[in-house]
Design a protein around this ligand. Sequence first.
Ligand code: FAD
Length: 397
Amino acid sequence: APPFDPGDPLGLDDLLTPEDLAIRDTVRAWAADRVLPYVADWYERGELPGVRELARELGGLGALGMSLTGYGCAGASAVQYGLACLELEAADSGIRSLVSVQGSLAMYAIHRYGSEEQKERWLPAMAAGETIGCFGLTEPDHGSDPSGMCTRARRDGGDWVLTGRKMWITNGSVAGVAVVWARTDDDGGEGGGDIRGFLVPAGTPGFSAPEIIHKWSLRASVTSELVLDEVRLPGDAVLPGAVGLRGPLSCLGHARYGIVWGSMGAARSCFESALQYARTREQFGRPIGGFQLTQAKLADMALELHKGILLAHHLGRRMDAGRLRAEQVSFGKLNNVREAIEICRTARTVLGANGISLEYPVMRHATNLESVLTYEGTSEMHQLVLGKALTGLDAFR
Ligand code: FAD
């Protein structure tokens, strides 16, 4: 058997093709060059400067809409997309969020539900990172249960007129196009019609996207409110293929899959910090990694990290085979984000006081993961999805 590799104790790289490995290495090298040296500073300042340039570079790497086909998209496998998410989130969850929202939410919605004209107008520019997209589902009063959304789309002659507010929208203030979900008045004016998706170009009168400040998580990521005040759109601004809540929920499933991998990137970064620190930091005359309590922490972190990567890989293979179920994505997101948080917290203790410093990535990842635990379905929602699948009983309402 080959020698034991502390970076890959289970030999999971054997599951990857040479092309998978090349993609992973390319994304890892990009993140090491373009994100890691600066991200602590961005985080401290609470901004993502140069986001447009970063988006163009990510487009150049083929990382935007990576597993979509045609329209300038890379047509990569689900496993390859997952590997990219892991490498990006090992740098920072904010960068992975930029890519997830662009590719798995905004582009995926247009690719899957858009008309040919909509796809040709938006997707090539989005794949290249020239145009950033956002995805507006959550509202101030409607998060886990978007079916109650208040944003309305009213017919006015051939036009649509949108009014409402969206909250916590990643990429909102920098987006050239917003995919906005609204309830139509198809029922004759009561506002009880279907939920439909609309493409709202930035600069449309009545539309604005003020940035949300005072965040203590995902600080190197743009998060915004979307304000829609009688926003008039042409009749062909609606996504023809999506009618009902299934549309946005299917997009979320795709993004959630990327988080199963991405969260393990944050965990890997924290584990590596802890391992390196434990080998060199000395107390009581010896490296703290020589104490049994520290070794127990490192061993347990390694178990959950590599089990999580194995789980992500398994789900990726199922997605590539067209056999991945939503409940299985919930399984992966619930487990991997939860374990990533646990790994980050344990790494924090290994680093002692340095664990709370931005000089090390641990606290940054730990606070980022609080958002990751909540968005794309809270951990409780995924417990309920699995609870329902296991018992056949719906506990949502
Ligand atoms: P709520 O739904 O109000 O939930 C509050 C708590 O109650 C949670 O613990 C929840 O699990 C629990 N709860 C709710 N219902 C039940 C129930 N039936 N049983 C048990 N517990 C329950 N949204 C977008 O549309 N687009 C984006 O790009 C986007 N980006 C985001 C970026 C960040 C940084 C963050 C923090 C959020 C983002 N979101 C985005 C919003 C995110 O999807 C929501 O925050 C999430 O869906 C939860 O909604 P909520 O915050 O309103 O919490």
